[in-house]
Design a protein around this ligand. Structure first.
Ligand SMILES: *Cc1c(COP(=O)(O)O)cnc(C)c1O
Length: 389
């Protein structure tokens, strides 16, 4: 129930990677037959990744993951376009790979606007347009939110940016392999993706760089990736990511139909618990995402009790579960501080079954009831305290 955090590499993908660690271990930059095999494997994977997002192979640059792609897009464009202006526009609900990079860029002298979202976590394209100044060089808004699953109006935001001569980057890590993407139709100049979110290996990713987009390198060194990203290619990882994405794209329609039905069953089951509310957009959301808040309880307590029943879940995003910071995404959606702590994110995967969903619904029902019985914050208790309003 935590597939937004990561997924299991498909067994056939793992098997396809092994030869590139053993027999075909050549460095793609070398000039002998062993190297040519690696070079051709990387080229084939580049075609697979490009095809999945409507790009050309030469526009795909392999990286070490979503975090590197996000850092590269933002820092690379910021420094390459510094002479044009110093203003960047992003949203208040981005993954930390974007938002922490923006905070760092502010320390380097750039100015960043963090656009608010509506209660569903959506950025208004009109607000993007209103925030653009003559100094604006880049807009970065994610395609789909990793916590609440809301799908952003990316094509409209991209059109606004293009109209004003501003570059548009989207963190599509949660979207690639899960919903259809066409970089051209969606007016995207730069797009980040990550292999381990669509059943590829961890530590693999790519950045799509559209025609005419200039950006400084993040990694300096050798001339790999046409001189734009130094470092010996992760050949087995790249092979695995390409194959996983090709399979995810081929199976997308059927998976979406099946997983959406399971998601709706899970949502309905959870919302039957009193004082439980859905976070994120009711329709414009990822097929596999359920995010709810339960009044009067702590999300962390639910997680521990779910874990004891063999259920892996998350409150907010996995990256912030070790800190007890309230989710910046739910806060940006306008949820009050006390309620944010009672949030639970469940994200389904290709192997999830109807029996899994029913087991989770009954476990959550029982846990929420137990915690509310123990909680000093339940409505009955509040009413019995004379000083409470
Ligand atoms: C997981 C994730 C990332 C980070 O990707 P890694 O490959 O784990 O570095 C970035 N953005 C979003 C929206 C994500 O869900």
């Amino acid at each position: 129930m935590d597939h937004a955090a990561t997924t299991a590499t498909r067994p056939e993908v793992a098997a396809a990677m092994v030869p590139y660690m053993t027999g075909h271990f050549g460095n793609p930059s070398s000039l002998y037959d062993l190297a040519r095999v690696s070079r051709e494997a990387v080229a084939a994977a580049r075609e697979q990744v490009a095809a999945a997002i409507g790009a050309e192979p030469k526009q795909i640059y392999f990286t070490s993951g979503g975090t590197e792609s996000d850092n590269w897009a933002l820092k690379g464009v910021a420094f390459a376009r510094k002479a044009k202006g110093n203003h960047i526009i992003t949203s208040a609900v981005e993954h930390h790979a974007i938002s922490h990079t923006c905070v760092w860029l502010e320390k380097q002298g750039f100015s960043v606007t963090y656009l608010p979202v509506d209660r569903y976590g959506m950025v208004d394209p009109a607000a993007v347009e209103a925030a653009i100044t003559p100094e604006t060089i880049l807009v970065s808004v994610m395609m789909a939110n990793n916590e609440i699953g809301t799908i952003m109006p990316v094509a409209e935001i991209g059109a606004v940016a293009r109209k004003h001569g501003v570059l548009f980057h989207t963190d599509a890590v949660q979207a690639v392999g899960h919903i259809p993407i066409d970089v051209r139709a969606q007016n995207i100049d730069l797009l980040s993706l990550s292999g381990h979110k669509f059943r590829g290996p961890k530590g693999t990713g790519a950045l799509y760089i559209g025609p005419g987009v200039r950006l400084d390198p993040l990694m300096h060194g050798g001339a790999q990736e046409r001189g734009r990203r130094a470092g010996t290619e992760n050949v087995p990882g790249i092979v695995g990511m390409g194959m996983a994405l090709e399979l995810a794209t081929a199976e997308m329609e059927e998976n979406t139909r099946r997983i959406t039905a399971l998601r709706d069953r899970l949502t309905a089951g959870l919302l039957s618990i009193p004082e439980t509310y859905l976070n994120g957009h009711p329709e414009r959301r990822l097929p596999n995402n359920v995010n709810v808040v339960f009044a009067y309880i702590e999300g962390e307590s639910i997680l521990l009790m779910l874990n004891r029943r063999g259920i892996a879940a998350s409150t907010g995003s996995a990256c912030s579960t070790t800190s007890l910071e309230p989710s910046h995404v739910l806060m940006a959606c306008g949820l009050p501080h006390e309620v944010v702590h009672g949030s639970l994110r469940l994200t389904l995967g290709e192997q999830t079954t109807e029996a899994d969903v029913d087991y989770v619904i009954s476990a959550v029902m029982e846990i929420v009831q137990r915690l509310r019985d123990m909680s000093p914050l339940t409505p009955a208790e509040l009413r019995s305290r004379p000083e409470s309003g």
